[in-house]
Design a protein around this ligand. Structure first.
Ligand code: PGA
Length: 238
């Protein structure tokens, strides 16, 4: 795993955005898998500014949502698709039909997962990931198989309570659908993002614990083009 530690949060945001601009310029048709959550939002906002300054374009790119909660109303601001819209999609020039949310409202979830896998097709060029305090990737909780497909996942209690930080009500989701570890590990390039001191210990464990499905993020160490991109606080113990 390649490690890049930035000396401030500001430099982390700008550094990641700058790498992302480079990737898009090299391959404007970049197929990207993106998380929602608090971690990537400032980077998404930086990409919006880059697009409005004409430095880069998403016109030919394709964006897939990493995961989605189940059981929330379609207009719930805490849905991953709505967070992605708010922080990224509304600020960039990606054509609407090039964004692929996961439809957890559908009656037939197996079909949704199957069709999502088909839409992903040959795979992602670039995957950005946040990390949960238990080392989960998206909703791929500890114990998820390294070859798991896109599927419904029952959330661990810590992540159910953790979802409250995205929601303005107390009806917390207990399940969701996520792109499986198989696709994440097959992405040509994977960036694991973390900022802030709360992530320092799990980042240390991601690098130092045994590589195991018990800590999904540790599996990224087997990927030849995985990058850990952290600010000084998240990287304080490595
Ligand atoms: P966060 O979530 O970016 O909001 O910290 C990360 C996660 O739990 O996967």
């Amino acid at each position: 795993m390649n490690i890049l530690k930035f000396d401030s949060e500001e430099n982390w945001i700008e550094g990641v955005a700058s790498f992302w601009r480079d990737r898009l310029r090299l391959n404007p048709r970049l197929k990207i898998c993106l998380p929602s959550g608090l971690t990537p939002n400032p980077i998404y906002e930086a990409m919006g500014r880059s697009v409005s300054r004409g430095e880069v374009s998403f016109r030919e790119a394709e964006i897939f949502s990493l995961d989605e909660y189940g059981g929330l109303a379609p207009d719930d601001p805490g849905l991953c698709r709505n967070m992605l819209r708010r922080y990224l999609l509304d600020g960039i020039d990606l054509p609407k039909d090039r964004f692929h949310p996961i439809d957890t409202q559908a009656a037939d979830l197996d079909r949704v997962c199957r069709e999502y896998e088909q839409a992903i097709g040959s795979g992602f060029d670039l995957t950005l990931l946040g990390i949960g305090l238990n080392g989960h990737l998206g909703l791929n909780e500890p114990g998820s198989a390294a070859d798991s497909p896109t599927r419904r996942i029952e959330m661990h209690p810590t992540n159910i309570s953790g979802s409250a930080r995205y929601l303005s009500h107390s009806k917390l989701p207990t399940w969701g659908v996520a792109v499986g570890l198989k696709r994440l590990l097959a992405s040509k390039e994977v960036w694991l993002l973390a900022n802030g001191s709360a992530k320092a210990e799990i980042i240390r464990r991601t690098l130092q614990d045994k590589i195991s499905v018990a800590l999904p993020a540790s599996l990224l160490r087997t990927h030849p083009r995985s990058y850990l991109l952290v600010d000084a606080e998240a990287g304080a113990l490595i």
